[in-house]
Ligand binder design. Structure first.
Ligand code: NAG
Ligand code: NAG
Ligand code: NAG
Ligand code: NAG
Ligand code: NAG
Length: 299
C-alpha cells in the first residue's frame, strides 16, 4: 500500500515538474548565475545546477513547453530546455524577443549572412515577419517578388525594369534571387485589384489570384490588377487570340465577350452562339422533348 502511494506521488510529481535540462558548459564547473548565463525571469524558479556530466551545467527543472511564454530566455537556456522539435529541427535557439525556444536552423540574432529561410523567419519572428527577403539576409512581413528579366541586371536603376505601380506606395525593384534577374522587394498582400500603373513585368513578379491553372501574371487593361489571362491584355498580344475568359479577365464584365474574329473584346455576346446554353427557348425545347419521350414510353 505504501509502495502504491509512493508510486502515485512520484507520478504526480513527474507531471508537475519536468526533468532537469540538457547539459551545457558554463564559464566554470561552478554552476550559478555569474558563471552561467542569466535564467529566464518567467517562469519563476529556474536555476542552473550541476549537469549529468561532471563539470557541465543544466537547468534544474525545465518548464513543460518552452516554445512561448518566457521572459529573458537565451540560447544557452534553450539548449538546456529546448522547445518542441519541428520537422526534425531541434528548438534550441531563442526567438526574437527572448520569449521562446524555437526550431530555427541557426541563431535568430547572429547568423551567417544570407542564410534566412521562410521557416526560420516564421520560427524567429512569428507570423508578423514570416518571409525571407529576396537576398535571404533578413525577414519581412510580405513575400518578395519572383525573379523576372529586365533590360539589364542593374535592377534599381530607373528605366531598367518597367516602372513600379504608384499605388500601393513603396514598391521597388531590386536584384533578384538569381544573378542577372530582378524582383519586387516586397509584394502587396493582394495584387488582383487596387493597383495604379500595374504592368505585365510587375505582375510576373507579384502575381494576382490564379484562375485554376491560369496564373495571374498579366496586368489588366486598366492597369489596376494582375489577372488570370492566358496572354497579355496589351497591344503586344498575338492577333486574333481573344477568348471570352480573357476578355472578362482583361476588361471586366463591361466588355467580356470576344469579337467573332477574336481580334478584340466587346460588350455584347455574339448573336445565337451555338455553345451558349443561356437561351431559355432551347431549354424549354429540351424539356418538352424529354416529356414527350417519357410519355411515348407508356404507349
Ligand atoms: C557540483 O559540481 C561541483 C564541481 O564539479 C562540485 O564541487 C560540487 O560539489 C557539486 N555539487 C553537488 C551538489 O553535487
Ligand atoms: C507548446 O506550446 C505551443 C504554444 O503555446 C503549442 O502550440 C504547442 O502545441 C505546444 N507543444 C507541445 C508539445 O505541447
Ligand atoms: C529582460 O527583459 C526586459 C524586457 O522584457 C529587458 O528590459 C531587460 O533588459 C532584460 N534583462 C536582461 C538581463 O536581459
Ligand atoms: C476562370 O476561367 C474560366 C474558364 O476559362 C472562366 O469561365 C471564368 O470566367 C474565369 N473566372 C474569372 C473570375 O475570370
Ligand atoms: C459587374 O461587376 C461589378 C463589380 O465588378 C458588379 O457589381 C456587377 O454586378 C457585375 N455585373 C454583372 C452583370 O455581372
Amino acid at each position: 500500500m505504501n509502495i502504491l502511494k509512493l508510486l502515485i506521488a512520484s507520478l504526480l510529481a513527474s507531471q508537475i515538474f519536468a526533468a532537469q535540462g540538457a547539459d551545457i558548459t558554463c564559464l566554470s564547473s561552478i554552476c550559478s548565475t555569474g558563471t552561467c548565463p542569466k535564467v529566464p525571469t518567467v517562469p519563476a524558479g529556474l536555476s542552473w545546477q550541476n549537469g549529468s556530466i561532471n563539470g557541465n551545467c543544466a537547468i534544474n527543472n525545465c518548464p513543460a513547453n518552452t516554445s512561448s511564454g518566457l521572459v529573458n530566455a537565451s540560447n544557452p537556456f534553450c539548449t538546456s530546455c529546448p522547445g518542441p522539435t519541428v520537422n526534425g529541427v531541434a528548438a534550441v535557439f531563442v526567438n526574437i524577443g527572448f520569449t521562446g525556444c524555437v526550431a530555427s536552423t541557426a541563431d535568430c540574432y547572429a547568423r551567417p549572412a544570407h542564410t534566412w529561410t521562410n521557416s526560420d523567419c516564421l520560427a524567429c519572428y512569428g507570423k508578423s515577419s514570416q518571409y525571407t527577403q529576396v537576398d535571404k539576409n533578413g525577414c519581412q512581413a510580405n513575400p518578395p517578388g519572383a525573379d523576372v528579366s529586365c533590360s539589364a541586371a542593374t535592377c534599381t536603376t530607373a528605366g531598367t525594369c518597367t516602372a513600379v505601380p504608384t499605388v500601393p506606395a513603396g514598391l521597388a525593384w531590386q536584384n533578384g534571387a538569381n544573378s542577372g534577374k530582378c524582383a519586387i522587394t516586397s509584394c502587396p498582400a493582394s495584387t488582383s485589384s487596387g493597383l495604379t500603373g500595374a504592368s505585365d513585368l510587375f505582375c510576373q513578379s507579384c502575381p494576382g489570384t490564379p484562375n485554376g491553372s491560369v496564373q495571374a501574371v498579366f496586368a489588366n487593361n486598366a492597369q489596376t490588377g494582375c489577372v488570370a489571362s492566358t496572354a497579355t491584355c496589351g497591344d503586344s498580344r498575338t492577333a486574333n487570340t481573344w477568348t471570352n475568359a480573357d476578355c472578362l479577365a482583361c476588361y471586366g464584365n463591361s466588355t467580356q465577350y470576344a469579337k467573332a474574329d477574336k481580334s478584340g473584346c466587346q460588350a455584347t455576346a455574339l448573336p445565337s452562339s451555338s455553345s451558349s446554353p443561356s437561351s431559355s427557348s432551347t431549354n424549354s425545347m429540351i424539356i418538352l422533348s424529354s416529356v414527350l419521350f417519357t410519355i411515348s414510353f407508356f404507349f
